[in-house]
Structure formats: C-alpha cells, structure tokens
Ligand binder design. Structure first.
Ligand SMILES: [Zn+2]
Ligand SMILES: [Zn+2]
Length: 211
C-alpha cells in the first residue's frame, strides 16, 4: 500500500510502497515506489510479469450426450433452472431430448467445473473448441525497470516519469538517478525524519492509498 509524505517547509513530496496495475497490456504487473534518502528524488521499480499466459484462450461448447434418469433430473434442477432460469417443466423437457448443449462458448475453467460435477454421475459430455478469446495480457516477457522523475517533486502536480534502465540488482544496489548516491533508495519512508531536500522541515504522512 503506497504512502505519500510531504515536507512541512519546502513541500517536497515522497511516495513509497508497492501497488498492482489493473491493466496488464504492457507486461508489467505493478510498481514499487521508492525515494532517495539523500536527496528526496522519487523513483519506482516496475515489476515485469513472469508469465503472460497463452496468446488466446479456447471457447468451448459442452454437450450432454447421455445421462441416467437420476443425472438428467440433477441437470434439470441444478443446471437449467439455476443457470438458464428455465421453469421446471422446460428443464425436464430439455433433458428428455439429448443431446443437450449446456454451454455454447464457455471458458476452460467453466468447463472444468461442469466436468467435475457431472463426471461422477456418469454423464457423457463432449467438449469442442468453437472459437477463441484473445488474451490482452499476452506479449513478450519484459524485465524489471527503473522509473524516476527527473526533478524532485514539490507540490501536488505529479511530474512525468522517465523510463530508466532495466534492473537485475537488489534495491540497495540501485543508484539514485538524481544525486547518484548508492544504498539510499527506500520504499519504507519514515515519518518525522528530516526532509532530505531542505533539511529543515519534517516529513508527515499525506495519504495512503489502495489500488
Ligand atoms: Zn538521490
Ligand atoms: Zn523540505
């Protein structure tokens, strides 16, 4: 959960903490905000997704080919009435005339749930691929990378981020892009420390936010 701090004297803003992205199209799952203890420069590490999944997901058609009388009644009651909002008579009529299409374009996890429930009842199902749904997160695997704001951040107006180099080292070994010092980037900003910009004010918590 990121936290934002500000200096009571010079209005320097610093944020620290990790959050997750909602859209994954670029191959990054989130970022960790870091600030330099020496100069107050704002940085972030963008975390690359290690698995972007398949290019597409199959869409599947599930058909009941045969079922015992008992299984038919379960399909009618649990499936058709609940999932398709059919009346009991409509549902009974539907299972009387097999084959019956249970799903016409379902994702794999839905199909697996159907199989898990109906296989033990001896229901014969067929599953066919009828299409595909493209995976918007699919793409090349990226590397973690450093982001920073080219100048220290004062006031509420958020500066644009500059994309820095890919990183493989530990956070402690990354040098500040503004002052060049090592071992000073931190995601854990302590309130009440002297401001790294003016050295006069103290940092106080402005907000904490959840994504
Ligand atoms: Zn610095
Ligand atoms: Zn200050």
């Amino acid at each position: 959960m990121p936290s934002e701090f500000k200096c009571s004297v010079c209005d320097l803003r610093l944020s620290g903490g990790r959050y997750h992205y909602h859209g994954l199209q670029d191959g990054y799952s989130g970022r960790t905000l870091l600030a330099c203890r020496a100069c107050g420069g704002q940085h972030a590490i963008e975390h690359a997704m290690q698995d972007r999944g398949p290019k597409s997901y199959p869409l599947l058609k599930v058909t009941v080919q045969s079922a015992s009388t008992e299984a038919k009644s379960i399909i009618a009651r649990r499936w058709l009435r609940k999932e398709r909002s059919m009346s009991y008579n409509e549902a009974l009529e539907a299972v009387r005339n097999l084959p019956l299409v249970l799903h016409d374009r379902a994702h794999l996890h839905v199909v697996e749930a159907v199989q898990k429930e109906l296989d033990p009842l001896g229901v014969q199902l067929t599953v066919e691929v009828v299409g595909e749904h493209s995976n918007t997160s699919y793409g090349p695997i990226q590397a973690d990378r450093l982001l920073f704001t080219p100048e220290r951040q004062f006031g509420e107006h958020q500066q644009a981020w500059t994309i820095g180099p890919n990183i493989t080292q530990d956070v402690g070994e990354i040098c500040c892009a503004l002052c060049g010092s090592a071992e000073n980037l931190t995601a854990e900003i302590e309130p009440e420390i002297p401001c790294p910009s003016c050295n006069q004010g103290r940092l106080s918590l402005v907000s904490e936010w959840i994504t």
